[in-house]
Design a protein around this ligand. Structure first.
Ligand code: FAD
Length: 402
């Protein structure tokens, strides 16, 4: 990674959002990435991913995505700034390494937030040390953005629930040891009739129905449940509270998707500046042209504004604040902004920008899904818009009662 990226991250770390431990963490993960991610094999994505989870666990980085020191976590609550710094740095070096870390946190988040002592003891230490792979199974073929429309059913039967239906686009599908599955238990219509379960991958009746290939390869699958019997003791939280648990999990990890976008953008910026400074044309270098300087300036502005939104949301959450609006703004701006920054870097590279295997070409593919998953940009816009109207209604009601 170029000196330029390091300087940018270093100056961001001086912002008041961070504490000394965050600066130490950032330096530690940067050094680990340099030592461990130089020669990644992307031929067998499943094997690479399994290895990355083990290595990230052994190095202690996965602890930050797990809540509860007694269960192998770094702290009793998840340190959002730490998770964001880890994802930003990993994404700068390797999309797959970022994915491996992120999914351990997302896949086990509902256990950290709503699990019993027994459930936490059974799963979290293995997630934190990288010996068990986690997955988060919310989306369905007919319920993606409109996730409350899910139909996968969980029918009570004695001391168990019987699951029938499909989940799709499930990251780590096919290599996970367990899935946190959200299913309709029917206590009430819509979002209030959904419960969460931890389902072990070897549960009879659960099968990997289809592996899904995407433009930036990572393990992904459609799961099919046909009479899969899950003990009642595997339910997370109370019946009907699954949707809330899913949203609370996303509230933590949505900001970290923005942080990963920022890492990809920083990498693209470093590549773009290096190219602008070195490519000879028309008797000058590419960077001598004011059009190029304006492009680089726009990239830098997008990156700094994204970083400010990411770490504002992360810091606020670490203060115990509700960050629904701030996390949505961060994810929306940082993922869309990173796409623009990376596209500009591709343009600076000319033909090489679209040549398979160049850094900017890989970044171009890596960033795309982040504008879609964990709530597409349009969904984030709705969240922000509705939150503003809600705040206005509350303020108006307050004024009328005074
Ligand atoms: C690489 C990848 C990994 C994923 N990993 C997981 C995972 O681990 N677990 C999991 O549960 N899911 C996962 N998903 C699923 C992801 O969360 C869904 O793809 C996403 O929520 C969008 O749902 P959909 O694909 O059904 O698109 P749709 O819901 O059909 O939406 C299509 C498009 O419609 C637009 N749109 C949506 N809502 C509105 C609106 N209100 N107004 C206007 N336009 C709108 C958006 O542009 C959206 O992209 C993953 C997806 C991808 C691509």
């Amino acid at each position: 990674m170029s000196a330029n990226t390091e300087l940018d991250l270093h100056s961001a770390l001086a912002w008041p959002f961070f504490e000394p431990r965050h600066r130490e963490l950032a330096a530690g993960i940067e050094a680990w990435c340099r030592a461990n991610l130089a020669h990644e094999d992307h031929e067998d994505v499943d094997a690479t991913c399994r290895r990355l989870v083990r290595e990230l666990g052994a190095a202690g980085w996965l602890k930050y995505g797990v809540g509860g020191v007694a269960y192998g976590g770094h702290g009793d609550t998840i340190d959002t700034r730490a998770v964001c710094l880890l994802r930003e740095t990993l994404a700068k070096h390797s999309g797959l390494a970022d994915f491996a870390l992120a999914m351990q946190g997302l896949g086990s988040g509902a256990i950290s937030l709503g699990g019993t002592h027994e459930q936490k003891t059974r799963y979290l230490p293995r997630v934190a040390n990288g010996t068990a792979i986690a997955a988060f199974a919310l989306s369905e073929p007919e319920a993606g953005s409109d996730v409350a429309a899910m139909t996968l059913s969980a029918r009570e039967d004695g001391d168990a629930y019987v699951l029938d239906g499909d989940k799709t686009w499930i990251s780590n599908g096919g290599i996970a040891d367990f899935y946190v599955v959200f299913a309709r238990t029917g206590e009430a219509p819509g979002a209030r009739g959904i419960s969460a379960f931890v389902v072990d991958a070897d549960t009879p009746g659960l099968e990997i129905a289809e592996r899904i290939d995407v433009i930036a390869p990572h393990p992904l699958a459609r799961l099919h449940f046909a009479g899969a019997r899950v003990p009642r003791s595997q339910m997370l939280g109370a019946p009907g509270e699954g949707f809330k648990l899913a949203m609370r999990t996303l509230d933590i990890f949505r900001t970290s998707v923005a942080a990963a976008s920022l890492g990809f953008a920083r990498h693209a910026m470093a590549e773009g500046v290096a190219r602008a400074a070195s490519r000879k044309m028309f008797g000058q270098t590419l960077g001598d042209f004011q059009l190029t300087q304006a492009k680089l300036a726009q990239m830098a502005l997008t990156i700094d504004s994204s970083a400010l939104l990411v770490y504002r949301a992360a810091w606020l959450r670490d203060q115990g604040e509700n960050v629904t609006r701030e996390a949505a703004m961060a994810k929306w701006h940082a993922s869309e902004g990173a796409q623009q920054v990376i596209d500009a870097a591709v343009q600076l590279y000319g033909g090489m920008g679209v040549q398979s295997g160049t850094a900017v070409e890989m970044l171009y593919r890596e960033i795309r899904a982040l504008r879609i998953y964990e709530g597409a940009t349009e969904v984030q816009q709705l969240i922000v818009g509705r939150d503003l109207l809600k705040a206005h209604a509350a303020a108006t009601a307050g004024a009328n009662t005074r």
